[in-house]
Design a protein around this ligand. Sequence first.
Ligand code: CA
Length: 237
Amino acid sequence: MNPQILIVEDEPLIRMAVTDALRGNGFGVMEATDGEEGERLALRESVDLVLLDVMLPKRDGFTVLRNLRRDRLAVPIIMLTARGEEFDRVQGFEHGADDYLVKPFSMAELLLRIRALLRRSEGGAPGVDGLGDRVRFGDTEVDFAAFAVTCLERRHGLSRRELELLQYFLRFENEVLDRYRLLSDVWGPGGDPTVRTVDQHVLKLRKKIEPDPSAPRHLLTAHGVGYRFTRDGKASQ
Ligand code: CA
């Protein structure tokens, strides 16, 4: 089966150009012209990746993004934003966008980003090697298959990146992990993220996995270096 891409874009010329390019490269394409329809299609149809415009009639792209992640839709989402439009990257990534492109973008660039994200998501959301689909530590249980974490009976969705970051911490438990190492191993080469991006994701993760995010017991700061993860949950120093 060819991967199915949903494009949610109200500008007909862009929508048509993207649709043509994707079909010409062997992708299946579904189109939505406003946020409501886009959200409905993303949840109802079998979609492998979503291209989501920010400024949309009826429901804006950020609201759609938040709603989809709240409903734990785990497919990659690329935000499309107009040049000059202040795209809040932090807000985008915190709400679970995987990538974004500023219009006008080249079709080559778009295809490159789509293929990279599809490759990454091909295997679904496997658990950490040898740990299975669920991992418990302290008051927290992570359900990798569902992209979700439950802490003190509160359930939170995880974006793909948050899940990958958490998996990485679990894999290298008790090691002090340099922020640059996290950036290169979890985010990969290229792209725009900086070590600030790592910090922002750690803050976000703490809100989901820590009983008290302001006094982390698992995801600890290694001052001046990066972070260290531990399952045994002693109070941090
Ligand atoms: Ca638009």
